[in-house]
Ligand binder design. Structure first.
Ligand code: SF4
Length: 376
């Protein structure tokens, strides 16, 4: 069976929770598993939370033995659940290699009714891009999360929502630690798996992927997952100022990002959300608002202004309410729907730009970045 060794078999055991969908097919081709057996294993790894190969139901003895010799399922487990006074929760998971990842859960109430319950999941441990306002960026990049680890965050968040609120997760945001588009393959595989009703997570139309503007991946997302929503963090429509806020933008030209947003909108029929983290005396002047409106031009975008959460190392401040209102009205007069997002979970360091963990042994602090719910 293993006469010509597949690269996945060079280092045994193979962690099934850590395979991409392509590797999954290659691996089970190699094991010569039939369609039905593959389906059983797939469902047990990604849909049902079995913790070991020996728990996978209905495999033949021969297949179970074969699999047990070469494969394991390495699960994440709950490490901590912190509660904010505003009702949001920060779920910390301990990964198989001792690293920690963060998921923020945000219930939103209206007239005593829970109208929305969302989770913002992390896609990487740390981040490569080093945005000035972001605690995650200060950690440096450690590693990508695997498809299985992304799905485990969704499943565990879903379980917390059921336990705490007796309801289902209504919305999912790829907006936790890391840049989801920089881990596109795993994020895309997780989205593909989540299309199935038995998989964890809400339907695609209630899932949003956030990015600092990786334009090639924005186009890929439009083709691969047209129902998934897009959120792009712009933060300044001035290339030089954007570069100072987000050093990665030296390689991400604003015109190319806009072209990609236009492409995404044409392809999917959905307007993107443009996220703008407002920071005092950095990007909060009326001229900054006018530049943003002019940059977006005829693009049908929804704008979310995000209130900055204090990240002491960054030395940046939140803009006051009058300035925000003035900023908002310039954008509204230009015809854009504007939403203001007051961040949740500041007291548990789960707000915008605050997520930051390394490993169980090497905990620094916790926070979130990029976008709407919790990041920038
Ligand atoms: S804002 Fe997003 S892209 Fe920038 S450093 Fe933080 S996690 Fe990375």
């Amino acid at each position: 069976m293993f006469s010509r060794k597949h690269h996945l078999l060079q280092q045994l055991p193979v962690d099934l929770n850590n395979l991409s969908l392509t590797e999954w097919d290659e691996f089970f081709d190699h094991l010569e598993f039939g369609t039905e057996s593959r389906k059983l294993v797939f469902e047990s790894v990604f849909y049902e939370p079995v913790s070991g190969v020996d728990e996978i139901p209905d495999l033949s003895d021969k297949e179970r033995d074969t699999l047990a010799r070469v494969a394991v399922i390495r699960r994440s487990r709950q490490h901590e659940l912190s509660r904010s006074i505003d009702g949001s929760l920060r779920l910390t998971l301990l990964l198989h290699d001792g690293r920690l990842t963060e998921t923020v859960i945000i219930p939103e109430w209206s007239n005593g009714q829970l109208r929305k319950c969302s989770a913002s999941i992390s896609s990487q441990i740390g981040c490569f891009f080093g945005c000035s306002f972001c605690a995650t960026g200060r950690m440096g990049f450690h590693r990508n999360l695997a498809t299985g680890e992304l799905l485990e965050q969704v499943r565990q968040a879903q379980q917390v929502v059921r336990n705490e609120f007796g309801t289902e997760l209504t919305h999912l945001y790829f907006m936790g630690m890391g840049e989801p588009m920089h881990n596109y393959r795993a994020v895309s595989d997780a989205l593909t798996i989540m299309r199935h009703d038995a998989a964890p997570g809400p339907p695609h139309s209630r899932i949003t992927v956030s990015t600092v503007g990786l334009f090639r991946q924005i186009r890929m997302l439009a083709v691969d997952h047209p129902e998934v929503r897009l959120a792009v963090s712009i933060h300044s429509a001035d290339q030089q100022k954007r570069y100072e806020i987000m050093p990665v933008s030296s390689r991400l030209g604003l015109p190319e990002i806009r072209d990609a947003m236009v492409y995404h909108q044409r392809q999917t029929g959905c307007p993107p959300t443009v996220q703008y983290l407002v920071m005092e005396n950095i990007n909060d002047r009326p001229d900054d608002a006018r530049k943003l409106a002019s940059y977006l031009g005829t693009l049908r975008a929804n704008i979310t202004l995000i209130m900055y959460n204090d990240v002491p190392e960054a030395g940046l401040k939140r803009t006051d309410k009058e300035k925000i209102d003035a900023f908002r009205s310039i954008l509204e007069q230009a015809g854009f729907p504007v939403d203001i997002r007051w961040c949740f979970g500041e007291d548990i360091s789960a707000g915008c730009g605050q997520l930051k963990v390394c490993s169980c042994q090497d905990r620094v602090s916790v926070s979130m970045r990029h976008g709407l719910q919790a990041g920038g």
